[in-house]
Design a protein around this ligand. Structure first.
Ligand SMILES: [Fe+2]
Length: 261
């Protein structure tokens, strides 16, 4: 049976969250593509950055089933207990165990058991973390036999580290998508052993700035090299993501399609 997963790129700020959660918007896209499960990277869905219970709840209310994270997941401490208690939230598994939250979770969609896990890369990331490759192995070994479909949000900076992870997991995971760089890449494809892969699915937020931040701040940083408080960009909001069509009886990916709305 074909099972369709919609993965949404980093939801950036209050503006990205408001745009995505407008009544009928996400539900319309899910209907258009026949989506069974929706995953969004929400580590920056709160005003400014980070994740809050409010931003998470608005994404859930709009039709997101699972929220993944990254290096900014813990920016706002009011979400810590929700990270521990709400099974719809994951944060990178390869952060220290004392950090609130869990690195993988399950969704059961009409009897299809979906393992969703989240890892952080190391190259050019501010926080060095444990090997995402070893953590991927550990999770897949521990959970073997418990799922029909598996999906990884690999939150990493460099294209090479993400592509390497795609090859590492080819044939072992149904879909691997990259997040964090906020720019959708044009390399969505099914790898030879059946893993759907894309280096970055993009972002849900304003295209008026630089990766969702006001252009003036970023230009100041690059031209003057003194601090500038980041503010969200607004206007010309877009949704970027990818749809993975998966055969739920084999766990193999059939097709990968990028979307931009
Ligand atoms: Fe990030």
């Amino acid at each position: 049976m074909a099972f369709k997963i919609l993965a949404l790129g980093d939801v950036v700020g209050e503006c990205g969250t408001k745009f995505l959660t407008r009544p009928g918007f996400l539900s319309g896209i899910k209907r258009e593509y026949g989506i069974d499960l929706t995953i969004a990277n929400g580590e920056n869905s709160a005003k400014g950055n980070g994740l809050t219970p409010d931003s998470a709840d608005s994404l859930f209310d709009a039709g997101v089933d699972i929220i993944t994270g990254g290096n900014h997941t813990w920016q706002k401490n009011q979400v810590y207990s929700m990270l521990d208690d709400d099974g719809r939230l994951v944060r990178p598994a390869n952060f220290p165990g004392k950090a609130p939250g869990v690195g993988y979770t399950y969704a059961d969609v009409n009897g299809v058991r979906v393992l969703v896990f989240n890892l952080s890369g190391n190259a050019f990331m501010l926080e060095p973390v444990a090997s995402p490759y070893e953590w991927a192995d550990k999770i897949l070994e521990n959970e073997a036999g418990k799922y029909d479909v598996s999906v990884l949000d690999f939150h990493a900076e460099t294209t090479s580290e993400k592509i390497a992870m795609g090859w590492y997991l080819d044939g072992r995971v149904s879909a691997v998508f990259g997040t964090h760089t906020h720019v959708q890449t044009a390399d969505g494809r099914v790898l030879p052993k059946g893993t759907g892969y894309i280096t970055d699915i993009g972002m849900c937020g304003s295209m008026n700035g630089v990766l969702g931040v006001k252009t003036e701040c970023i230009l100041h940083k690059f031209t003057v090299h003194t601090p500038c408080r980041f503010e969200e960009a607004t206007g010309d909001e877009h949704l970027h993501g990818a749809v993975f069509e998966i055969d739920s009886s084999t766990g193999k990916c059939i097709s990968v399609e990028t979307i931009r709305k």
